[in-house]
Design a binder for this molecule. Structure first.
Ligand SMILES: NC(=O)C1=CN([C@@H]2O[C@H](COP(=O)(O)OP(=O)(O)OC[C@H]3O[C@@H](n4cnc5c(N)ncnc54)[C@H](OP(=O)(O)O)[C@@H]3O)[C@@H](O)[C@H]2O)[C@H](O)CC1
Ligand SMILES: [K+]
Length: 504
C-alpha cells in the first residue's frame, strides 16, 4: 500500500471524480457515509447521547455536515457548531443547505464558546488535509475549548490542527482525538509517535478512490501489508533440503546476556533457516547446546565475550549483535567481519552501538547490510533528531549514504532502503515493548537473509512484517502485557505461512 501526501490525495479525488463521472459532492457523500457507518457500528444513539459536530469552512467541514445529516436520519441527537469563517467551500455550502432544519446549528465565536460537557461525543470536522498553517484565532480557541472539555472526540480525516505530512511548531493547537478516521490511505502524520496524543487510534476507510491513480501515483513511502508482500515469499519446494534455505551464522551472547543468543537462535530456526551455527563465548557453549539443540555451536576461545571470527565460507548470512557487549575484543570481531564478510550481514544491538562508538567502521559496511536499531541505537549512529520527521530524514540519508537497509524499530517500524524508499510496518502491538523482542527480530531477519531466493529488500520486509504479526498472533493467547520474547518464535512460522504464496 502506498502512502500519499495531502496534495496527492487531492489529485486522487480529482482523478476519481473524473474517471467515475461523479461530482465532488458525491465523493464527499461517500467519504462521510463511510465515516458515519463506522460511527454507528460503535455507538448507538442511546450510547452517543447528544453528538456535537464541529465544522470548519472547507470540505472537512463539509464531511461533518454530511455526517450530521446522516446521523440525524439515523436517529442520533445531533447539533452542529460552525467555526466563523468569511468563505466556505462549495460543497460545504451545498451540505449546509441539505442539513435538516431539525438539526440545531450555531456559529461558535471565541467570545462565547458554549460549555461542552465531559464525555460529550464530538465529531471534529474543522480541518483536514487542507490545513496549511498552524491554527490561530477562533479555530485555536475552539480546539483548546474542546480539548479542555474532556469530550470524546473523533476526528474526520485528521485531528484538526495537524498537518498531514509535515512537521509543525510543537505548540500548535491540535485536537486531541480518541479516534481519527481517514479515507483510503493513512497520512504520514498518523504514523509518528509525536502525534499519537492527537491521533488516538486511527483507521483508514476505503472510499473507492481511483485504483488507476493509486497504482500510478509516484511515492517513495509505503505501508508493509499483505498486499505489498504478496508473492515475495515463495512456497518451500517439495524436494527441499537443508541447503535450500541457507546456513546462517549467529554471533551472539556474552556473560550474563546469553538469553539474547538463545532467543535469536530459536527465532532463526522458526524463521525457516536450513542450518544454523551459533558462536558464543565459552561460557555459553553448554547453554546453547542445551537450549537450542537444533543449532550447531562454536565456542569462542574467550570465556565471557566474542573475540574471534570463524571461517565465514560455509555461511549464507551472518548475524551479529544480540547480547554481545561492547568490549574491545568484540569490536575487533565486528571490524574483521565488516572487512571480510562475503555474505549478507544483519547487525543489531551492541553491534550497532559499537558502530556508533567507532564511526570509522561505518565506511566498512558492505552494501545491503541490514541494521535494526531502536531509536536510541539509531541516534548513536547519527545524531539526536529534532522530531520524528527529522529522524526519518536522518534515516533515509543514512541508508542512502551507507547503501544499507535500516529498520528503525517502534510502533510502525520504518525500513529505509539504499535507494531512498521508506516502508512503514502495519503489524505488532505494545506487547513487543519487552526485553528480547529485538533479538527475535534479528534471528528472523537472519533466517530470511540466508534464504538465497529472497532479495535483501524482500527479506527485510518479510522479517519486519512477520515479526509484528507473530506478536499479534501471540497476544491473542498471552495478552499484550503477558507477551514475552520467548513466546514470539513459536508464532513466526504461522506468520510466514500466511505470507507464503503458491505460484500457479
Ligand atoms: N479522498 C479524500 O480523502 C476526501 C476527503 N475529503 C475531505 O476534504 C478535506 C479537505 O478539504 P479542503 O477543503 O481541501 O481543506 P480543509 O477542509 O482541511 O480546510 C479548509 C480550508 O481552511 C483553510 N485553512 C488552512 N489552514 C488554516 C488555518 N490554520 N486556519 C484557518 N483556515 C485554514 C484553507 O483555505 P485557505 O484559503 O485559508 O488556505 C483550507 O482550504 C479532507 O480532509 C476530507 O475531510 C472529501 O470530502 C472527499 C474525499
Ligand atoms: K478534522
Amino acid at each position: 500500500m502506498k502512502l500519499l501526501t495531502a496534495a496527492q490525495t487531492r489529485q486522487a479525488d480529482a482523478a476519481t471524480i473524473e474517471q467515475e463521472g461523479i461530482s465532488s459532492a458525491d465523493l464527499m457523500e461517500r467519504a462521510a457515509a463511510a465515516f458515519t457507518d463506522w460511527f454507528c457500528q460503535r455507538l448507538s444513539p442511546a450510547e452517543a447521547g447528544e453528538v456535537l459536530v464541529v465544522c470548519g469552512p472547507g470540505n472537512n467541514g463539509g464531511d461533518g455536515l454530511v455526517a450530521a445529516r446522516l446521523l440525524h436520519h439515523g436517529g442520533y441527537r445531533v447539533q452542529v457548531a460552525l467555526l466563523p469563517a468569511d468563505k466556505h467551500s462549495a460543497d460545504f455550502e451545498l451540505n449546509r443547505q441539505r442539513l435538516p432544519a431539525a438539526v440545531p446549528v450555531a456559529e461558535w465565536a471565541p467570545a462565547q464558546l458554549p460549555a461542552v460537557a465531559p464525555g460529550t461525543v464530538v465529531v471534529d470536522a474543522l480541518f483536514g488535509t487542507g490545513l496549511n498553517r498552524p491554527l490561530t484565532g477562533a479555530a485555536a480557541a475552539l480546539v483548546a475549548h474542546l480539548n479542555t472539555s474532556k469530550a470524546r472526540i473523533v476526528s474526520i480525516d485528521l485531528p484538526s490542527g495537524l498537518l498531514a505530512d509535515a512537521p509543525q511548531p510543537a505548540d500548535s493547537p491540535v485536537v486531541q482525538a480518541r479516534h481519527t478516521i481517514t479515507f483510503e490511505l493513512p497520512k504520514l502524520a498518523l504514523l509518528l509517535p509525536q502525534n499519537a496524543r492527537y491521533v488516538g487510534r486511527w483507521q483508514a476507510l476505503p472510499i473507492g478512490l481511483s485504483p488507476q491513480f493509486l497504482a500510478e501515483a509516484d511515492t517513495d513511502t509505503y505501508l508493509i501489508d499483505v498486499t505489498l508482500l504478496a508473492g515475495r515469499l515463495p512456497a518451500r519446494p517439495t524436494f527441499s533440503h537443508k541447503g535450500t534455505f541457507g546456513h546462517a551464522l549467529l554471533l551472539a551472547g556474552s556473560r550474563g546476556k546469553l538469553g539474547a543468543a538463545v532467543l535469536a537462535a530459536r527465532s532463526c530456526l522458526h524463521g525457516g533457516v536450513g542450518l544454523l551455527t551459533v558462536q558464543v563465548p565459552a561460557v555459553g557453549y553448554a547453554v546453547l547446546q542445551t537450549a537450542v539443540p537444533e543449532a550447531m555451536c562454536l565456542a569462542d576461545a574467550h570465556k565471557h565475550e566474542l573475540s574471534e571470527l570463524p571461517d565465514l565460507k560455509p555461511y549464507n548470512a551472518v548475524g551479529l549483535g544480540p547480547g554481545i557487549g561492547q568490549d574491545d575484543a568484540t569490536r575487533a570481531v565486528l571490524e574483521e567481519l565488516l572487512c571480510t564478510a562475503p555474505v549478507p550481514l544483519v547487525l543489531d544491538a551492541d553491534a550497532l552501538n559499537l558502530l556508533g562508538a567507532n564511526r570509522s567502521l561505518l565506511d566498512l559496511l558492505p552494501p545491503d547490510t541490514l541494521l535494526t536499531p531502536h531509536p536510541k541505537e539509531f541516534e548513536r549512529l547519527t545524531e539526536p533528531a529534532r522530531d520524528d520527521y527529522h529522524r526519518l530524514e536522518l534515516l533515509r540519508d543514512f541508508a542512502r549514504r551507507h547503501r544499507c537497509y535500516v529498520l528503525l524499530k517502534g510502533a510502525y517500524s520504518c525500513l529505509a532502503t539504499p535507494d531512498g524508499q521508506r516502508y512503514f510496518n502495519t503489524t505488532g502491538n505494545p506487547g513487543l515493548a519487552t526485553g528480547g523482542t529485538g533479538d527475535v527480530l534479528t534471528g528472523l531477519a537472519l533466517a530470511l537473509r540466508a534464504d538465497k531466493r529472497l532479495s535483501p529488500l524482500d527479506a527485510a520486509l518479510l522479517a519486519t512484517y512477520a515479526h509484528g504479526r507473530a506478536a499479534d498472533l501471540a497476544a491473542v493467547h498471552t495478552g499484550q502485557a503477558g507477551l514475552t520474547a520467548g513466546a514470539l518464535p513459536h508464532y513466526i512460522g504461522r506468520a510466514l505461512q500466511e505470507l507464503t504464496t503458491e505460484e500457479f
